[in-house]
Design a protein around this ligand. Structure first.
Ligand code: URA
Length: 236
């Protein structure tokens, strides 16, 4: 059950405050009865009308995008650079990124118009795992990997324990895979920089259980209903 004004706002009828006004003015009915402030509804079950017109509940949209390098993770860029929205185009819903990837980072980005799920997936309490492949300059020692595993002191405090393993080393560069559950600004780059290994390439390959699969840079797909349910279960 959701509050009627929230339902109306999500459906794009009006802001929450304006929706409250409509309810107070007696312009909203639920299943044929005039609603009052405090009325709750079941979207997809109750029939809500504003001034006699049926209001369709907002459809929730969930996408994963393979964000390429050189694209900003915002809805609009003041500098006019390409944004993740340009890649998605018009999908009939206003989606927002769940967290962000740096301009130079590529990989898996989840986007949705489900504000509640976005809030929870990015809340530190739920410790959602994010996995990255990282190309660094140099060859980290086992001791360095251990520091990543234990936690490092950055300007904004200690990092939580992380998982890391060497994928491929050689010629002064190394590919590593690491999994963190925090989402601090430029965290992966800052962790490696702190140990003296500049990050040359950064790719997010996993968000919770979601992987890039066959997506190519610039591609996106809608999540399946099962995937959405699984994500919701992670933050219940
Ligand atoms: N960590 C970073 O440093 N950059 C990203 O884009 C994501 C995680």
């Amino acid at each position: 059950m959701v509050r009627l004004q929230k339902f109306l706002a999500a459906a794009g009828v009006a802001s929450r405050r304006k929706a409250e006004e409509l309810i107070r003015q007696g312009k909203v009915t639920v299943n044929g009865r005039r609603a009052v402030l405090g009325t709750k509804v079941q979207p997809h079950k109750d029939i809500v009308k504003v001034e006699g017109k049926v209001v369709a509940p907002e459809e929730k949209v969930y996408l994963i995008l393979y964000k390429p390098r050189g694209v900003v993770t915002t809805r609009r860029d003041p500098q006019g650079r390409q944004t993740v929205m340009d890649l998605i185009g018009n999908i009939g819903a206003v989606v927002h990124p769940v967290g962000r990837l740096d301009y130079d980072t590529e990989g898996l980005l989840l986007l949705t118009n489900d504000g509640d799920l976005t809030y929870k997936l990015t809340h530190p309490r739920f410790e959602i795992d994010k996995t990255y492949q990282v190309l660094v300059k140099g060859q980290p020692t086992e001791e360095d990997l251990e520091s990543i595993r234990q936690g490092l002191l950055l300007e904004d405090g200690w990092t939580a324990p992380a998982r890391v393993s060497l994928l491929k080393g050689g010629r002064g560069k190394s590919w590593l895979e690491m999994t963190i559950h925090e989402g601090r600004n430029r965290q992966v780059r800052r962790m490696w920089a702190k140990l003296g290994y500049p990050v040359l390439k950064l790719r997010r390959t996993k968000f919770a259980f979601l992987t890039l699969g066959r997506l190519k840079p610039g591609d996106y797909r809608h999540l399946t209903r099962t995937e959405v349910k699984k994500l919701q279960a992670l933050v219940r």
